[in-house]
Design a protein. Sequence first.
Length: 301
Amino acid sequence: MESTGGPYLNLAAVTSPVGIARLLQMTFGCTTFSLVTHQGGFSAVYGTFCMFVWTFCFAITVFIIVCEFTHLHSCLSLSWGNFTAAFAMLATLMSVTAAVIYPLYFVQVGCYPIGCEVRDFRITASVFAGLLFVTYAAEVFLTRAKPGQVTSYMATVSGLLKIVQAFVACIIFGALVNDSQYGKHVATQWCVAVYSFCFVVTVVVVAFSVTGKTALLWFSFERCVVIYTFVAVLLYVSAAVIWPVFCFDSKYGSPQRPSLCAKGKCPWDSQLVIAIFTYVNLLLYVLDLAYSQHIRFVSHL
């Protein structure tokens, strides 16, 4: 009895360039956290974060490969192209962070006091963590929108920038809760409100794109995204001016790092990190606004 539904398995999911990149992601991810768990070891918040990144990315990558290989993604209420593009960008950012943090805190040249075997395992894990980042970055490169191509919104430059903006905002929030003393002034509290508002709206834009619900809205989603991006630029401009003034001006804060400030527990350090990433996100929103003028939103891919 002949099947009229086409092939049940999608071999292109594992034989195409993107499929090969995902297989390598799965392999490198599994190898990395296996090396760390077996002998390399990890501790504290930094090590836990790295292990979370590697296991989380491995699990989602396996899920994507299985769904595409078996066509199960067609049964999900997701815009699959938007979901995979968004995850690839997020995984790229998370994996490069882990690839920097793990060797920085756990790799050393000498064997004492951890022993040469543990040191070698940690070095090897760091190498595979770097390779993992390269494979995720390769997927982003392979699936990004080409000029003149109609594609998923999250695969466009503007869509990828949304993921980066949210990721940078998370770094800002991490610095804020690390004794940044943002509550001392109403002006710095305004900056926190700016970071929070832009983060929430950006996440909502990504969520609507990934779930493919943009076509159900009674208003023009693409127009609202462009307007929001313009508003976000204005808000971040205000934060980029206010935060440095109220943290580093001698009238309100300290222009220089206090000499008695403990390393890792210094409000001035957190304030500096927030200031730097405020300007980073401002640049990202400006680029987003520029690119969003020239893209087409497609919700069903």
